[in-house]
Write a protein that binds this ligand. Sequence first.
Ligand SMILES: NC(=O)c1ccc[n+]([C@@H]2O[C@H](COP(=O)([O-])OP(=O)(O)OC[C@H]3O[C@@H](n4cnc5c(N)ncnc54)[C@H](O)[C@@H]3O)[C@@H](O)[C@H]2O)c1
Ligand SMILES: [Zn+2]
Ligand SMILES: [Zn+2]
Length: 370
Amino acid sequence: MTIATLEPKVESASGKSVSIMRALVYRTSGNGPGKPSWEDQPHPTIQHKEDAIVRITMTTICGTDLHILKGDLPAVTDGRILGHEGIGVIEKIGADVTRFKVGDKVIISCVTACLKCDFCRKGMLSHCRNGGWILGNLINGTQAEYVRIPYADGSLYPFPKDGDEEAMVMLSDALPTGFECGVLNGNVKPGDTVAIVGAGPVGLAVLLTAQFYSPAEIIVIDVDDNRLGIAKKFGATKLVNSSDGKAAENIMKLTGGEGVDVAIEAVGMPATFDICQAIVGAGGRLANVGVHGKPVTLHLEKLWDRNIALTTRLVDTVTLPMLLKVVLSGKVEPAKLITHRFKLNDILKAYETFGNAAKEHALKVVLTNS
Ligand SMILES: NC(=O)c1ccc[n+]([C@@H]2O[C@H](COP(=O)([O-])OP(=O)(O)OC[C@H]3O[C@@H](n4cnc5c(N)ncnc54)[C@H](O)[C@@H]3O)[C@@H](O)[C@H]2O)c1
Ligand SMILES: [Zn+2]
Ligand SMILES: [Zn+2]
């Protein structure tokens, strides 16, 4: 008997009975802000031969989900099940999936990859012509009891034998995002002075993985003293609270007027992008990680002669297998970023906690579904 047959069934409009599950749905009356809602939804089914249906055992909430609720990502429409991170067990599999079987435990990448298109073949999985970042965005996501994963062979990774779920769930998105969009794109080098604006899970993932390259200074900037304190424990050499609006000035002072070699934006707001523009030194790199819903002003009148590079990136998760080895070795401990644990059916409380992170002293929140 499959687990699906144990699910409650309801009559659909066509009169056919469909299994239902519980899921976190984005509800909005149009373009603009919306609300999370915990609802009954149809149990996902195999639609293509490369699909897998995964029973979620752990999922989490990303800063990007907060941007969706704010209305920053208009492509996400009313009724979408959110979530693009998770661990689970394969419940059903399409006929053409070759790398996995029913019962396998898997890490779900936030990026869906067909592995066959031109973008996939050059390693830019985020722009896969048949996938990319679609989970919890253009198709239903992982903040649910079950999720359909298209192109399972390219979008799932085997859960390692001795893996810890709380560490492994950070490989779905946060850790590869910090590393690929921040550290690799920012070209962090030994001896560099690095500034990370935003000490959320993604900014802290930048902090953890920047240390692979032994930068001399890592300055972390946030408005939340609790998160700054955690950054200090994870290796930040200097902390700047930017709530007084003087972050750029303070960082210029800290660097003797030189600015930083690498400025990494991990918030997604004009004000924080502006800090990065103001502090990047000659020959420096500005790596944007944050999801932006509003335009920023690019100050070329100040930057044109500074020999800087500006990068943007949607995470590809191509470094997930490498980061998995580092995490298993114990050299990086991303599970330490988890501050709150909830049952999946308490996800609305989890959203409140993550959305009021400063008040709740929250960092990464995880949801379990056992
Ligand atoms: N490029 C990608 O592929 C990708 C992938 C995942 C997440 N993201 C983005 O990365 C960003 C961070 O994600 P997260 O999960 O850490 O989010 P988060 O919301 O937990 O963290 C954002 C942090 O920014 C801080 N902040 C807010 N205003 C500030 C200001 N004025 N000055 C300094 N700090 C300020 C907050 O206190 C918080 O600590 C988000 O924009 C998210 O959408 C991008
Ligand atoms: Zn994310
Ligand atoms: Zn592809």
